[in-house]
Design a protein around this ligand. Structure first.
Ligand code: C5P
Length: 303
């Protein structure tokens, strides 16, 4: 028997980052949105754990760990431990989410593995327990379960859905060379220490939440914000250069996705997203199109 679960990429419409805590994590006030780029995770009963990653042509899976450190396998082991079951599985990941891009692809795989194994093993784990297990795996994993649009606090793991009447399209511009999330947060600390940026305690982004609730695209565009931008651009000056090119193509709304390096152009509808995409194609810039918000983890097939 096998179960396949689909999980979406996430972006942060707002990423407010506070001063680092002693545990190395930063307090966040963030608004997540799930967008239409997907990984499909299939789990199959097996005598031992294994993970196998396949990818669409535009994705480089070389940096995805194949052993026990793979987040999907850690998710499987955590679920088995929670229920005290001695079962294992083969985990097959079909990646459509770029790797190390600030799109939380690894977190999506972990969340999908939890949901898939819960079904495969008929465990009936409560939503509350799934979210709690997800939080032990990574700050973004609870949101990957949830999908839609949600406010994230704590280190990002405390998630509450928020009303979202917008229906944006995103032109997603990944980069060939990824960025490691810890390195970007570390550089944020360096910049704060130097006084180049101010790491203030993060507060809930009221203007953004109001724009989402009202379905006000212009207000959404004005409210997009990412505190990690100076840190990511500090490590990767090519991103600032690329932002300039993207602004020429897509107007003034360019957003860094999470800790980067993926950059996003906000468009009000599919037609204008396609027009921006054509302009990027003419410039030889690779990109993907994705609507938001979309659903969280859901079963797409049983076999
Ligand atoms: O939670 P997760 O394991 O996904 O986080 C990966 C890394 O990102 C952490 O080790 C930390 O360096 C950084 N991080 C952070 N503050 C957060 C979330 C993540 O510093 N709120």
């Amino acid at each position: 028997m096998s179960v396949t679960v689909r999980a979406a990429a996430k972006i942060n419409l707002h990423l407010g980052v506070g001063p680092v805590h002693d545990d190395g994590y930063h307090p966040l006030a963030t608004v997540y949105q799930a967008i239409g780029l997907y990984d499909d995770v299939t789990v199959i009963e097996a005598p031992e754990w294994s993970v196998h990653t396949m990818a669409d042509a535009h994705i480089d899976v070389a940096s995805v760990p194949v052993g026990a450190t793979n987040l999907a396998l850690r998710a499987g082991a955590a679920l088995a431990a929670h229920h005290r079951v001695d079962r294992m599985a083969r985990v097959e990941i079909q990646k459509g989410i770029p790797v190390a891009g600030g799109l939380a692809g690894g977190s999506a795989d972990a969340a999908a593995t939890l949901v898939a194994l819960d079904r495969l093993w008929d465990l009936h784990t409560s939503d509350e327990d799934l979210l709690a297990i997800a939080a032990t795996l990574g700050s973004d994993v609870p949101f990957a379960l949830l999908g839609g649009t949600a406010l994230g606090t704590g280190r990002g793991e405390q998630v509450v859905p928020v009303p979202d009447a917008t229906a944006p399209w995103w032109v997603v511009v990944p980069h060939e060379i990824g960025l490691a999330t810890p390195a970007v947060y570390h550089h944020f600390d360096v910049l704060a220490e130097r006084g180049s940026i101010v790491a203030a305690d993060p507060v809930s982004p009221e203007a953004l939440l109001a724009a989402l609730a009202a379905g006000d695209h212009a207000a959404l565009a004005a409210a997009l914000h990412n505190d990690l931008t100076p840190a990511a651009y500090g490590l990767r000056p090519d991103l600032a250069e690329r932002e300039g090119v993207l602004r020429e193509v897509g107007g003034d709304v360019v957003l860094l996705s999470g800790s980067g390096p993926t950059q996003l152009l906000l468009r009000p509808d599919a037609d204008s997203a396609r027009a921006a995409a054509r302009a990027l194609t003419d410039l030889g810039i690779s990109h993907l199109l994705a609507p938001g918000p979309v659903a969280g983890c859901h079963v797409v097939s049983y076999a």
